[in-house]
Ligand binder design. Structure first.
Ligand code: CO
Length: 464
C-alpha cells in the first residue's frame, strides 16, 4: 500500500485518551493540534471526483504532560447532514455536483446551494473556532467535542479563501472575498475577534474575470493580490451547469498580475505583470524600506495541479506537479516584478514562524515536498539565510503540512517543533510526527490506530 490509502474514506469516529508514543513529546506542548480535511469520498453509490470534494472531518490531538490524546468527528455541516439524511450528494462541491433536474438547476441559479463543507482549513477568531472552505459559510465548532454549531460569521462575498491572516491590530482576521454578479469585485475585509463584530470591507478592486484565489499576501501596509491566469466568467459559473472548478480557464496570455491594495482602503498600486504561473499558497510577504514588496509563493508552471488532484489520478499513484518556492519582488516605482526560485527542493503546504514573521522578513519555510514521481513524500525545511534545504522522509511514508509551534521561551525564529500527520503506507495507519523545526530531527511520534485521509491544513491552539 502506498499513498493511495490517503484518499480512502475514514468512517470511524473515536476518542482516545492516550496514543502510544515513541520518543518524547515535549512537556511544553500543552494545547491542541486541530485539523480538518476530507474524509468521506462517496455518498450512497456515488463517489466524489476530486480530493477537495470529500466531506470534512475534524481531528484533535491534545497535548498534556508528554501524552497525546486524539479525537475525530465529521464536521456536521449542512452538506454532511443532507448527505447523511438523503443518502445523496446534496450540495455542489469543488468538482462534484449533486444530480439535479433541469428545474432544480434553474432554481439554483437564484438560490445557489452553496456547500459549507469546511474541509480546507480552520481558524480561531477570539474564542471561536470555524472550519472553512472557499464558500462564504464558515462552520463554527466546539474545539473540545468537535460538534458543529452553525454558521460562524458573515462573509461579504460569494467566494472566499480558507487562508485568513491575523489582524495584529485587534486580534481579528483579514480575509479575501470575491463579490460576483453583473459586476465583480475582489474584496478584502476585516473581522474583529468579538462575537458581535461585523465584517468591514477594507479594499476593493473591480475585475471582469475573477482569478481562482486560494490565499493572499499581507504586509504591514498592503494586501498582496496575485491573479494567476486561471480565471472564470461569472456568467458561465452561474449558467454552465458544470461543477465549480470546471468553469475556470487557463489563459496564460494574461500573465500573472500582482496588485497592492492599501489595508487602510486608500491606494491601489498595479497591476504589475509577470510571467504566467499558478499557485495555491502565499508563504509570506513584507516590504523593504524602499517600498519594494517581497512576496514568497509556492508556484506551479500552470494550473495542471488542479487536474492532477482528481481522485482517479491520485488513487492511481500519478505524480503531482512539483511546486517551487518562488520569490516575487514587486517594485511599484518602475512597476516591475521579478521572480526567482529560492530552493531546489519542491515545497508546498508552506508554514512559517507566523507569530514572529508574518508581514516581516522570514528565514525559515517548512512544507511538504515531493521527488516528482508521486505524492508528497517528505517534509522540507528551507533556510533562506543560505538558500539551503533539509528534508525528512521515510520509506512508504506520506507526510502532510508541517505545523510550526514555537517554544514558549523561544530563542528566535524557528525555535520550536513541527507537527505533521504522516500516513504510514506499509502499516495502513497514521502517525503524528514531532520534529525539531530547525534540524528536522525526530523528537517523537504518536501512533493513531487507523489511517487519516490526507488533509490540507490545521492550526495549533495553545489554550484548548
Ligand atoms: Co490551502
Amino acid at each position: 500500500m502506498g499513498s493511495e490509502l490517503g484518499f480512502e474514506t475514514l468512517e470511524r469516529e473515536t476518542r482516545i485518551e492516550a496514543l502510544p508514543v515513541e520518543g518524547e513529546i515535549p512537556e511544553w506542548l500543552g494545547g491542541s493540534l486541530l485539523r480538518t480535511g476530507p474524509a468521506k469520498f462517496e455518498v450512497g453509490t456515488r463517489g466524489m471526483s476530486h480530493w477537495f470534494d470529500g466531506l470534512a472531518m475534524l481531528h484533535r490531538f491534545g497535548f498534556a504532560g508528554g501524552r497525546v490524546s486524539y479525537a475525530n468527528r465529521f464536521l456536521e455541516s449542512r452538506a454532511y447532514r443532507a448527505a447523511a439524511e438523503t443518502g445523496e450528494i446534496s450540495y455542489s462541491e469543488f468538482a462534484t455536483d449533486p444530480c439535479r433536474s433541469l428545474f432544480k438547476r434553474a432554481m439554483s441559479l437564484f438560490r445557489p446551494a452553496l456547500s459549507d463543507n469546511g474541509n480546507v482549513n480552520l481558524v480561531q477568531l477570539g474564542e471561536r473556532f470555524a472550519a472553512m472552505t472557499e464558500t462564504p459559510i464558515p462552520v463554527e465548532f466546539d474545539p473540545e467535542t468537535l460538534a458543529a454549531a452553525g454558521v460562524a460569521w458573515e462573509v461579504p462575498g460569494t467566494l472566499t479563501t480558507a487562508h485568513p491572516h491575523l489582524d495584529r491590530a485587534n486580534g481579528g482576521m483579514l480575509n479575501y472575498a470575491a463579490a460576483l454578479g453583473p459586476r465583480n469585485h475582489y474584496r478584502f475585509f476585516g473581522l474583529g475577534p468579538g462575537t458581535g463584530d461585523e465584517p468591514r470591507v477594507l479594499a476593493t478592486l473591480p475585475t471582469r474575470e475573477p482569478a481562482y484565489m486560494h490565499s493572499f499576501g499581507l504586509t504591514e501596509r498592503w494586501f498582496v493580490l496575485a491573479e494567476y491566469p486561471f480565471v472564470v466568467n461569472p456568467l458561465a459559473l452561474a449558467l454552465s451547469g458544470r461543477p465549480y472548478i470546471e468553469n475556470y480557464r487557463w489563459k496564460p496570455e494574461r500573465g500573472t498580475r500582482f496588485t497592492l491594495l492599501a489595508r487602510d482602503g486608500g491606494e491601489v498600486l498595479g497591476p504589475f505583470e509577470t510571467d504566467a504561473c499558478f499557485g495555491f499558497h502565499h508563504v509570506n510577504a513584507y516590504a523593504e524600506p524602499d517600498g519594494t514588496v517581497v512576496a514568497d509563493v509556492c508556484t506551479f508552471a500552470d494550473a495542471e495541479i488542479v487536474e492532477s488532484l482528481y481522485l482517479g489520478n491520485l488513487r492511481n499513484g500519478a505524480a503531482i506537479p512539483a511546486p517551487e518556492l518562488t520569490r516575487f519582488t514587486i517594485s511599484p516605482g518602475p512597476g516591475t516584478v521579478t521572480s526567482e526560485r529560492l530552493i531546489a527542493d519542491p515545497i508546498d503546504l508552506p508554514r512559517i514562524d507566523y507569530g514572529r514573521c508574518n508581514e516581516r522578513p522570514h528565514r525559515y519555510v517548512w512544507g511538504a515536498g515531493t521527488d516528482g514521481t508521486g505524492f508528497f513524500d517528505r517534509i522540507v525545511r528551507a533556510d533562506l539565510a543560505d538558500r539551503s534545504s533539509t528534508t525528512w522522509s521515510e520509506a512508504d511514508c506520506w507526510p502532510g503540512e508541517p505545523v510550526f509551534v514555537s517554544r514558549p521561551d523561544a530563542s528566535g525564529e524557528g525555535d520550536g517543533v513541527l507537527l505533521s500527520l504522516v500516513l504510514d503506507g506499509a502499516a495502513g495507519t497514521t502517525i503524528l510526527l514531532v520534529l525539531d523545526a530547525r534540524t528536522l530531527d525526530e523528537i517523537g511520534r504518536a501512533q493513531v490506530p487507523h489511517h487519516i485521509p490526507f488533509g490540507f491544513h490545521g492550526q495549533y491552539a495553545a489554550a484548548v
